[in-house]
Design a protein around this ligand. Structure first.
Ligand code: 0RA
Length: 647
């Protein structure tokens, strides 16, 4: 007898030490002590109860938020065992007070482990100022109460029961949690998901708190929610894709156990671009996927390509769909259950078990092949959608290659019109992009040829239909510009290769000139943003007037407003211009005038373009191009979003 008592005392000490450890470092066990940790308490208890349902006992879990700030989770399973443990305490008490109690009573032992932290009842109990458990079993009701994890008294039979199951009530400890108010909507979201992931499980969530004790945003939510989904993850897909245009009307669904991994998958394509793949391991969402996601992706790519080859005509035989092709517009849920889930990192957002990859791959390959063959209409629509995606990707690739072929990269010959400078020191070099040949002449004549290069380009560079990069590149002027810059464009852009650290747009000081500058700024903003960010883009500020007072005294005047101001000032001083020249364009200046006013680093005025300036130009551009943006948007959406072909 004495011996037995000793063991009892010894294990009791260990138990108290453990509770202490949990209360000292709660975050180690439940993630944190704020929102996440607080809600995790309920999730942990509910997942335990769901495991009992998954084991085949009971079909309902009820969750209640009580008036006093506690929560209750009730199931209709077998009831936690209350027989004596070797420590001399009832099994139930051991489970409620011991970390990772192991063996027969550990969740892992009778079914796959659930909760993200999988910490068990004892942790939740230790972090609750009040806890109680009621077991209905063999016609009897047993109860025990706890405070901060310690039993207040032994387990007692308190009545008789007509059914069986377990009911827990816990009140989270204010000393541990900063805020102990549960967010009802957060719980609804989580437990709705639990219901989706466990077909035919009923989850009832009820909020019995007083209005003033409820989270602000949840005041108007119905206080009672019941979730039941006959078709589990298939219903989940229906709910996600609600209101979308379906490609396959019949949702693909498969559930099979292979190599000790239970795999459940549902997929549906919609007429859209995005890919939604949700992966779960033991009812836990893995936001970063992992091995189950990889296995799925491999399988769907292979199955769809195999089927395509099976039905392909001459034209389609050559097509090889990539993973990206087959996942565009795809909604998929992959939910697996496996005995010993391994997660990557602290937050366990990614699954690591290699057996999950092969299991998912096997199940999807086998069943998807069958599905496609048995549903030829849906299969055809899926294949057609994938081929459209494939073609858009090809077009994007072709466009990119065109950029390279046409010499947007370094090494291609410089355009003949470019009057390059002698220096190869990009920091010192300036490229004047000059509108029109007429201005090109004086600019070439007037420049400092050591450091200043001139590229004359004609007229407006882009028009409304030519907004794609492959079109842009077919535009001679912009092609020249890209080649001259030497740093590539779009995906191949490498600013470190740029040949000039000042790119100076030089256009007439009139409306047309402003328009042209807008177009160039838009072009840079959309395809050469880094050039702007590096501070390499400038706009020259050529004068509109030359106002001569005398032979030796004259003024360069930027615009009409400045011109009026000048005339007023002169008048006040009783003076009058001898001669006023208004430049219709840059081409009207002679080379020394152009040098003095616009090109000479000592005397010129340059405006450095910021991203904000370019953004503004970009907006103006859309306005200039009229409201013909709908078909354009449509094109981008349906063809080439991924390739970012839109200018
Ligand atoms: C271990 C064994 C048995 C039931 C349970 C655990 C059990 C655990 C939880 C957790 C929440 N609700 C639960 N319901 C049952 C089977 C015991 C027996 O067959 O007597």
């Amino acid at each position: 007898m004495a011996k037995q008592k000793d063991t009892y005392d010894a294990s009791k000490i260990v138990v108290l030490d453990q509770l202490d450890a949990v209360r000292k470092r709660p975050a180690m066990y439940i993630g944190d002590t704020s929102e996440y940790g607080l809600h995790h308490l309920i999730v942990e208890i509910v997942d335990n109860a769901i495991d009992e349902v998954l084991a085949g006992y009971g079909d309902k879990v009820e969750i209640t938020l009580n008036k006093d700030g506690s929560f209750t989770v009730k199931d209709y399973g077998r009831g936690i065992p209350i027989d004596m443990h070797k420590s001399g305490k009832p099994a139930l008490e051991v489970i409620m007070t011991t970390l990772h109690s192991g063996g027969k009573f550990d969740r892992k032992a009778y079914k796959v482990a659930g909760g993200l932290h999988g910490v068990g009842l004892a942790v939740v109990n230790a972090l609750s100022e009040k806890g109680s458990v009621e077991v209905r079993k063999d016609g009897k009701v047993y109860e025990q109460e706890y405070s901060r994890g310690k039993p207040l008294a032994g387990l007692k039979q308190t009545g008789t029961a007509k059914d069986s199951g377990t009911t827990f009530t816990f009140k989270p400890d204010k000393d541990i949690f900063g805020n102990v108010t549960f967010d009802f909507s957060r719980l609804l979201k989580r437990f709705r998901q639990s219901a989706f992931l466990n077909a035919k499980l009923t989850v009832v969530v009820e909020d019995k708190r007083k209005d003033e004790d409820r989270e602000n945003g949840t005041k108007y939510l119905p206080r009672l929610q019941k979730y039941y989904f006959e078709n589990g993850v298939k219903s989940y897909i229906r709910s996600i894709n609600k209101g979308e245009k379906y490609i396959n009307h019949r949702i693909f669904y498969a559930q099979e156990e292979t190599d000790n991994v239970d795999v459940e998958v549902a997929i549906q394509y919609i007429d859209d671009l995005q890919e939604t793949i949700l992966t779960f391991a033991n009812n836990i969402l893995n936001p970063e996927g992992g091995t189950h996601a990889t296995g799925f992706k491999t399988a769907i790519t292979k199955s769809i390509n195999d089927y395509l080859q099976q039905i392909a005509g001459e034209k389609e035989k050559e097509i090889r769909l990539t993973g990206d092709d087959v996942r565009e517009g795809l909604t998929a849920i992959i939910s697996i259950k496996l005995p010993d889930p391994q997660f990557e990192g602290q937050t366990k957002i990614k699954l690591n078990n290699p057996e999950a990859a092969s299991a998912v791959r096997k199940v999807v390959e086998k069943n998807l092949k069958m599905f496609l063959e048995e549903n030829p209409k849906d299969a055809k629509r899926i294949i057609e959608k994938n081929i459209v995606t494939f073609k858009a990707r090809q077009a994007a690739k072709a466009a990119k290659e065109a950029v390279i072929r046409k010499g947007a990269l370094e090494g291609s010959s410089l355009p003949g019109k470019l009057a390059d400078c002698q220096s190869r020191d990009a920091e010192k070099c300036e490229l004047f992009v000059v509108e029109g040949d007429s201005a090109g002449g004086p600019a070439k004549q007037g420049r400092d040829r050591k450091t200043q290069a001139i590229l004359p380009l004609f007229g407006k560079p882009i028009n409304s239909e030519k907004y794609r990069i492959d079109k842009v590149i077919q535009n001679e002027k912009l092609k020249y510009l890209i080649i001259a810059l030497g740093c590539g464009i779009g995906e191949t852009l490498d600013v470190s290769k740029i040949r000039y650290h000042k790119i100076i747009l030089m256009a007439d000081a009139d409306v047309d000139g402003a328009h042209i500058v807008t177009l160039y700024l838009t072009f840079f903003f959309r395809h050469l943003k880094k050039v702007i960010e590096s501070g390499y883009l400038y706009v020259a500020q050529p004068p509109l007037y030359k106002v001569e007072i005398s032979k030796d005294e004259f003024y360069w005047v930027k615009d009409d407003e400045e011109h009026e101001n000048l005339l007023r000032d002169l008048k006040k001083k009783g003076r009058e211009p001898k001669n006023t020249q208004r430049f219709k364009g840059l081409g009207e200046m002679n080379f020394d005038q152009l040098w003095d006013t616009t090109m000479n680093p000592e005397t010129r005025v340059l405006k450095q373009i910021t991203i904000e300036d370019a953004e503004e130009a970009n907006r103006t551009f859309d306005v200039l191009m009229g409201n013909d943006v709908l078909p354009r948007k449509k094109f981008i959406q349906t063809n080439a979003k991924k390739a970012e072909l839109d200018i």
